[in-house]
Design a protein. Structure first.
Length: 465
């Protein structure tokens, strides 16, 4: 059902909310096994966003990357920068902007100001409004109270998992999915509980996704949450939950899922780190597209063409999630790509995109009671998943309905390499294999659209153990 979300935000009034191109391809999948310190145990919680930075400018005008470099030493980028970085511009020039497609975003709680914040975001960046923006609450109405909530602002702040943190997540997802595919419809599906380590919320989220699938809300999904595989009672529990994603893939839905922000360091339900490399579900599902992170290691005043990237791995424990599933076997699309995999396991991530702190993403928000409405800088693979959903929307417009994307991705034959990126500036080549980083293909968006043209529709298949 569609509905509105209400909140009291420390004096702010109650607000109602009514409501191609493939750029950087990681064809795995040797694990990103971060060599840095493990994450604090309290951090391994969805959403997959790890930085919220306020410049406290109190302005509707977006900051330039030069502003951010001067203030905090990191770059911060806008949609125009990413359009140059990932070669969206030829597709825009050809009239491909995602028209006729619907991107479905799933979040806990949502944001009470998302409609007006998206309008401000669009106005300041001279973007058109989406053809349609709808909010659905199939698991019940969301009622928010931001009074007395601890702030999620900062680097690796554990409070990112509260309602305010999810509002930042929602804002990132909606604004950037729309920004990169401005012609696509946006559907936001929210649930009234948090998805945290499988303790609560995950079944509600799957119920909401099942509702969206049954009601044909859209064929391109963006998810930025996850639970460590070993935190579930049994592997059978995960396989049962995966039946939804398998059904979605069979029906031609591409589900883009953030791979995580702490390398292979993940925790159990009590917040204790596992003493071995782990990955999260649902990004480990062979029926989704796992979206990892890269970094642009040298901050730039603006991006006017492609800038070399490394695997995201910075600031101690922050880095892209990735590795091998302990539950799912190597799917046929990875087997056929002849990627070294001694474990015969599902490897991830499949693709990647800028996610790092050194190359931040700008969003606009007006919901946080502690700050005046302002542009905010965020990081995490949460920035990557909705932008890959936008890529898929443009590709579907350009080439027709593509269905579940992974088999197509692994049939592409152009391979390149990203270095391990242990620290900004480290660009050495990483070999494939367990405990290393990802092999990747770096190919312009327009060229990928051309290379995919004429490929027959493919259905998911393979050894899903």
């Amino acid at each position: 059902m569609e509905g509105s979300m209400k909140t009291s935000t420390s004096g702010r009034p109650l607000k109602s909310v009514a409501l191609s191109i493939l750029s950087l391809l990681i064809l795995p999948v040797a694990a990103h096994a971060s060599t840095a310190m493990p994450a604090p145990a309290t951090l391994d919680i969805a959403p997959q966003i790890v930085v919220v930075n306020h410049l406290n400018r109190g302005s509707a005008q977006p900051p330039s990357s030069s502003d951010c470099i001067a203030a905090i030493g990191f770059g911060c980028y806008l949609p125009s920068d990413m359009a140059h970085q990932y070669d969206f511009t030829p597709e825009y020039a050809a009239g491909h902007d995602g028209a006729g497609q619907t991107i479905v975003i799933f979040d806990s709680f949502g944001s009470p100001t998302i409609a007006q914040d998206l309008a401000t975001f669009d106005a300041e960046l001279r973007l058109p409004a989406p053809p349609s923006f709808k909010i659905y609450q199939p698991e019940g109405n969301v009622v928010l109270n931001y009074d007395n909530l601890p702030s999620p602002v900062g680097i690796h702040n554990k409070n990112i998992s509260n309602e305010l943190g999810w509002a930042y997540e929602t804002t990132l997802d909606v604004e950037w999915a729309h920004a990169m595919a401005p012609g696509a419809n946006i559907a936001l599906v929210v649930i009234p509980v948090a998805e945290t380590q499988g303790v609560q919320g995950l079944q509600n989220m799957e119920n909401a996704e099942g509702w969206a699938l049954a009601h044909h809300i859209g064929n391109i999904w963006s998810n930025s949450f996850g639970t460590t595989e070993q935190a579930f009672h049994t592997p059978a529990t995960i396989r049962n939950l995966n039946s939804l994603y398998h059904a979605a893939a069979q029906q031609g839905v591409s589900v883009f899922v953030a791979s995580g922000d702490f390398g292979v360091a993940n925790s159990d339900k009590q917040g204790r780190l596992f003493p071995f490399p782990t990955v999260a579900f649902p990004t480990s599902s062979p029926d989704v597209i796992s979206v990892g992170g890269t970094e642009i290691p040298t901050p730039q005043p603006a991006l006017t063409s492609y800038n070399p990237e490394t695997v995201w791995n910075e600031f101690g424990f922050l880095g892209t999630g990735g590795g091998y599933s302990s539950v799912f076997g190597e799917p046929s699309y990875q087997v056929s790509a002849a990627i070294p995999d001694a474990l015969s396991a599902r490897g991830l991530p499949d693709v990647a995109y800028n996610s790092a702190v050194i190359s931040l993403t700008n969003i606009y928000e007006s919901f946080d009671p502690r700050f005046a409405p302002d542009w905010v800088q965020v990081a995490g693979t949460s920035a990557a998943a909705p932008q890959w959903a936008a890529i898929d929307a443009i590709a579907n417009q350009a080439d027709g309905a593509l269905g579940f994307l992974n088999p197509r991705l692994y049939r592409l034959q152009r391979y390149g390499g990203l270095g391990p990126g242990n620290r900004p500036g480290d660009t050495g080549r990483a070999p494939a294999g367990r405990g290393t980083f990802c092999d990747v293909a770096l190919t312009g968006c327009a060229r990928i659209v051309e290379s995919r043209a004429g490929i027959a529709p493919l259905r998911p298949s393979g050894r899903h153990k």
